[in-house]
Design a protein around this ligand. Structure first.
Ligand SMILES: [Fe+2]
Length: 163
């Protein structure tokens, strides 16, 4: 954690593990034809560890710091969603690559993968406020269920971003 926190240049009192039993550490699996559309993460900081790539596809694309904690910048988001690639950066991550990014503010996606081999990525999530976990609505969308933990902590988030 100190290494990740230092890389992000965050102070000790603004860096915690995501307090989310469903989402703090996960292995994400993508099969042929699948990917992830443009989105923001529900946590502030995201660390990914490449484990296995598919035969092709699965490139990671992102727009650094497209929104801020106080400004959604919907016009800029619309431009990206409508195909403007001016600010889009593409990364091809290999197994063993450790990626550290601010997923709550940097719009990102994973292109669809092709082939029989699945893409596996480990994802470690961190937040700026102790005790923060996913919102009830977004957790249900992502994981198909919510726990009492999510309901108990609803509204703890500092920002008013729409998730
Ligand atoms: Fe994400």
């Amino acid at each position: 954690m100190p290494f990740i926190r230092n890389a992000l240049e965050e102070p000790e009192d603004r860096f915690f593990r995501y307090d989310d039993p469903l989402a703090d550490v996960i292995i994400n699996m993508v099969e042929g034809g699948d990917g992830f559309p443009w989105h923001y993460d529900t946590n502030n900081f995201t660390v990914t560890l490449g484990i296995q790539n598919a035969q092709s596809g699965g490139e990671f694309e992102y727009v650094p710091m497209l929104r801020t904690p106080t400004d959604e910048r919907f016009d800029d988001v619309s431009e990206v969603l409508n195909g403007d690639r001016t600010r889009v950066t593409q990364l091809v991550l290999e197994p063993g690559d450790l990626q550290i990014f601010k997923g709550r503010y940097s719009l990102h996606k994973v292109n669809p993968v092709q082939g029989d081999r699945r893409r596996y990525v480990g994802i470690f999530s961190f937040v700026e406020r102790e005790g923060m976990c996913g919102s009830v609505e977004r957790t249900r969308q992502l994981y198909g269920r919510v726990l009492k933990h999510h309901c108990d902590r609803a509204g703890l988030r500092e920002d008013n971003l729409i998730d």
